[in-house]
Design a binder for this molecule. Structure first.
Ligand SMILES: [Zn+2]
Length: 334
């Protein structure tokens, strides 16, 4: 009989997760060290108030009040609708096309921006450059252990390009708020509003830029900030992750966004509502590191009371769709 990897009785972290220990009742150290204050309603209310103060300060002052990093997935669609409907912001939605947005996700993107009446642009980096990066990450882990606990090398590379190419756009268009649809499992409430400091941005960018530069050289320059962006001539936007302080309930999110014609895609796997590369990235990560790239995030959602443990385990145990995997490999030339 095959022995099964032990999984924490409270969250979804397996014994293969770095630095994990279990107590006598099978509960992991991450759960034991979890502080209820991380999901404290008073803290959420304080951050919501902080956001509403920023909205009052910036709304209507520039061409766009907010840049929304819009993947077309359920979380960013919901966040986009809140910015537009609840807060009346003028939003520029930006989708970075990594070459693996599913057909159904494309349909959702087009339908939602039309029905919500927001300006939208696609940024499409050269596919040969992206493919070189993704192929390399399929064979090697290029980031710190901490980063790999939270996401695969492929997703971290893709997110770096999304994050800095949209930040660059926000700077060049002078947009005061840059908004993400990260779930509360990806971003705790205490870091849901960040006033960007150019010096720190420069340092953080370096930790992602350097590994990518070693793979693709100066071809990645357009997707990151350059020296001129740090000269003081540009206003750095706030980073905002509203789902951390607005409250988050998957059922309610699905129900809400169906009003704008968003439909659950039939062509992606259960862990992503927009990206096909995600399936391949998860498979590679699990094979190499022994745990699922979403184990950390989903465990955070369980502890925060946002997701039931059986639902999380079901997502983590489901094998990747073999059709998606072969299509991705073919497109990457693997
Ligand atoms: Zn646990």
């Amino acid at each position: 009989m095959m022995s099964k990897t032990q999984i924490c009785n409270r969250c979804a972290l397996p014994a293969t997760f770095p630095g994990i220990r279990f107590d006598v009742s099978g509960v992991c150290n991450f759960c034991l060290e979890f502080k209820e204050t991380a999901v404290d309603p008073a803290k959420k209310a304080a951050y919501r108030h902080k956001f509403e103060t920023l909205v009052k300060e910036y709304r209507g002052k520039a061409t766009y009040d907010a840049l929304m990093c819009y993947s077309g997935g359920k979380d960013s669609t919901y966040t986009l609708s809140v910015l537009k409907e609840k807060y009346g912001l003028s939003v520029l939605a930006v989708t970075v096309d990594n070459g693996f947005i599913s057909e159904d996700a494309f349909k959702n993107i087009r339908t939602v921006v039309k029905n919500l009446a927001v300006d939208h642009i696609f940024l499409k980096p050269r596919f040969d450059v992206l493919a070189r990066i993704f192929r390399h990450c399929a064979g090697h882990d290029i980031y710190s252990r901490k980063a790999l606990e939270r996401a695969s090398s492929i997703c971290t590379s893709c997110m770096a390009i999304v994050k800095y190419s949209t930040l660059r756009l926000a700077l060049e268009k002078d947009i005061p708020m840059s908004v993400y649809g990260w779930s509360p499992g990806q971003s705790p409430v205490t870091s849901s509003i960040i006033k960007n400091n150019p010096r720190i941005v420069k340092m953080m960018q370096k930790s992602l830029y350097n590994p990518l530069y070693r793979i693709a050289g100066s071809d990645i320059t357009p997707y990151f900030l350059e020296d001129k962006h740090f000269t003081g001539a540009y206003r750095f936007p706030y980073y905002i992750h509203p789902l951390a302080f607005l409250g988050y309930d998957e059922e309610a999110v699905y129900k809400n966004i169906s009003r704008f014609g968003w439909k659950p895609p039939g062509d992606t796997d259960i862990n992503s509502t927009n990206c096909l590369l995600n399936s391949y990235a998860n498979m590679v990560h699990k094979k190499r590191l022994g745990f699922h790239a979403y184990a950390y995030e989903l465990s955070n959602l369980i502890r925060g009371g946002y997701l039931a443990r059986p639902a999380a385990l079901d997502r983590l145990e489901r094998p990747e769709n073999s059709h998606i995997i072969s299509a991705v490999k073919e497109k990457l030339g693997i």
